[in-house]
Design a protein around this ligand. Structure first.
Ligand SMILES: [Zn+2]
Ligand SMILES: [Zn+2]
Length: 137
């Protein structure tokens, strides 16, 4: 999958003839590491509040937002959500452009499913205890 990043860069390089832009982008690309376990492109540069930040021609961007802009060739109008829930990930395939309302809804759903999962585990443990004659509250 590392070749994907390479292909992506070469594709972008072809589009832009400006050396300065290419160098700045190359610097950003060098801060991305591919994690084969989760397919995430993980940001190795500056991190704040869990999110990666990059510097491009005098402006600081959220790294995932920057990569999203490169791929989509436009500035995001709304929020960029991580479908992988990995905040340092910049893989465009793991990024979704959502309205604030939809974004909030997604987070609520994932919180709900996480809680449901915990409840399932807890009840499983309870059954296991009871099977062994240990009472739980
Ligand atoms: Zn990811
Ligand atoms: Zn999100």
């Amino acid at each position: 999958m590392e070749t994907d990043l390479e292909t992506f860069f070469l594709m972008y390089k072809k589009q832009s003839k400006r050396i300065k832009v290419n160098n700045a982008i190359q610097k950003i690309f060098h801060r991305i590491e591919f994690n084969t376990n989760n397919d995430c492109w993980e940001w190795q540069g500056r991190v704040r509040n869990g999110y990666g930040y990059c510097y491009f021609l005098g402006i600081t961007y959220a790294a995932h937002g920057f990569i999203w802009m490169l791929v989509n060739k436009e500035e995001p109008e709304h929020h960029i959500h991580h479908t992988c829930e990995n905040k340092i990930c910049v893989n465009p395939a793991h990024l979704e452009h959502l309205t604030a309302t939809e974004h909030q809804r997604r987070h609520k759903i994932s919180e709900k499913s996480r809680r449901a999962q915990m409840e399932e585990i807890n009840s499983g443990i309870k059954i296991l205890f009871e099977d062994h004659g240990i009472t739980t509250k």
